[in-house]
Write a protein that binds this ligand. Sequence first.
Ligand code: HEC
Length: 142
Amino acid sequence: MSELRSSRHISLLGRSAAALATIVPLTFALASAPTYTKGQAENGRGIFATKCAQCHGPALEGGAGPTLVGPYFSAQWGDRTAGDLFLKISTTMPLSAPGSLDRESYAALLAFILMSNSIPSTDTPLPTDPSALGQMMIPASQ
Ligand code: HEC
């Protein structure tokens, strides 16, 4: 009887170890760094100059709106997802006309902000899909 019980225990342990082995790499896959292309960021630079710079400064140094670079940016957005920041920008900015740009433009702006914070560009564009953006973590400091 006790032998039976312990062998059942072992098979349960084996099963949860197998489950862990599937969950752990999945968690890492979910928390990947944001991807964006240089072209996307350069496009974002142009949009930023016309739609955002008057409040956030031409070099994102801040003005009527907060700075979008450096330790302040890192403290606000580090360890949060690109989806959180995309949502913030696309639903509240520009302050005078929230949501007035298309999703591609908001993605380009986000790419420009990431580049301005020394997050490296990649060959894969920043997606506009909320669930894909939600799986990308902004690094805490660069
Ligand atoms: C008319 C001024 C104004 C314009 C134009 C403007 N913003 Fe803002 N922005 C603000 C103010 C003020 C805040 C702080 C209040 C808030 O978070 O809503 C802010 C906050 C933000 C934040 C969050 C900053 C933080 O970490 O707290 C981001 C990101 C941002 N703006 C991006 C943009 C982008 C991108 C554009 C251009 C599409 C833009 N803003 C245009 C005034 C502006």
